[in-house]
Design a binder for this molecule. Structure first.
Ligand SMILES: [Zn+2]
Length: 301
């Protein structure tokens, strides 16, 4: 049986996760239950297991690992990376069209030797190492829509010819774009849904032409106007994004939770993304999501 979406979760993300990130975890998971999404055909929930340390050492230096071990978050960071690897494996194996991976610590600011901003281990880089070790996938695209610069991911994977890294952030100018397939997408601090969704579509066009075996979407909902990051996105932004992602990548998509603190925003964003992923196929009837996005996306311009 092939699932439409595999949700990877663990109660420890709410209990032991980084304080700024953990209050949204349990409410947003309950929201999935409240909407009836967990009972929908083709939806399953897996309990995350910690990633093997051997994979962590393939990505991070021994110094870095020792530093994280001395923090309070090593255990939950291993569990978070394990969540992403489980989701990625289920998609790479064809068991599931898509995955949504909960985490208790974030990953995109964790570089080979250094970490900040609620990030400890680079969950996506570790998951990719795990996929490559088993020969399940090697060529991937990463769409990071968290409004903070994904410096750790760029440090680890930016020079990898088999990785495309499209990196959204609030601000001006360009970051470290060297490397064969890196795209920086600076957006105004007050970027609205229309600007955001247009850039998402451009990014997806690039990602599709790259021909990845898997698309990772690093979902920080801290770009919402009621959360703590840059951008001024509204309630419909993440649904619109998920619809676009599904249009360009109906299969082989792994969502990885990233920044965001506000439980209300998380309930809406995660609920909407999982709702889109759990729908049967893509509705191209004219009443479907693409057209809905266009109306909403243009409305604020
Ligand atoms: Zn962020």
């Amino acid at each position: 049986m092939s699932y439409r979406v595999t949700i990877v979760y663990h109660g420890d993300f709410a209990l032991c996760g980084y304080p700024a990130l953990r209050d949204r975890i349990a409410p947003s998971f309950r929201e999935l239950e409240r909407r009836g999404l967990l009972a929908r055909e083709g939806v399953r929930v897996l309990e995350a297991v910690p990633v093997e340390e051997e994979l962590v050492f393939q990505v991070h230096t021994p110094n870095h690992v020792r530093s994280v071990q001395r923090s309070d978050y090593y255990g939950v960071a291993l569990l978070s990376a394990g969540s992403v690897l489980m989701g990625a494996e289920s998609v790479a194996a064809g068991e599931s069209d898509s995955a949504f991976c909960y985490v208790g610590t974030a990953g995109h600011h964790a570089s080979r030797e250094g970490f900040w901003g609620f990030c400890y281990l680079n969950d996506v880089a570790i998951a990719l190492a795990g996929l490559r070790r088993k020969g399940m996938a090697s060529r991937v695209a990463i769409l990071d829509v968290d409004p903070h610069y994904g410096d750790g991911t760029r440090d680890i994977l930016g020079s990898d010819p088999s990785v495309m890294h499209v990196n959204f952030y609030g601000g001006h100018g360009r970051g470290k774009v060297e490397g064969p397939h890196n795209h920086d997408v600076p957006l105004p601090y007050d970027a609205d849904d229309g600007i955001f969704l247009r850039e998402v579509e451009t990014a997806l066009q690039s990602a599709r032409s790259f021909g990845p075996q898997i698309l990772f979407v690093i979902l920080g909902h801290d770009g919402h106007r009621d959360d703590y990051g840059a951008f001024e996105l509204g309630d419909g932004a993440y649904e619109g994004m998920a619809e676009l992602v599904k249009e360009y990548f109906p299969l082989k998509v792994v969502y990885v939770l990233s920044g965001g603190s506000n439980p209300r925003v998380a309930c809406r964003a995660i609920g909407d993304v999982v709702e889109v992923l759990s729908r049967r196929g893509l509705d191209l009837s004219g009443e479907g999501p693409r057209h809905g996005f266009s109306r909403r996306g243009m409305g604020g311009l």
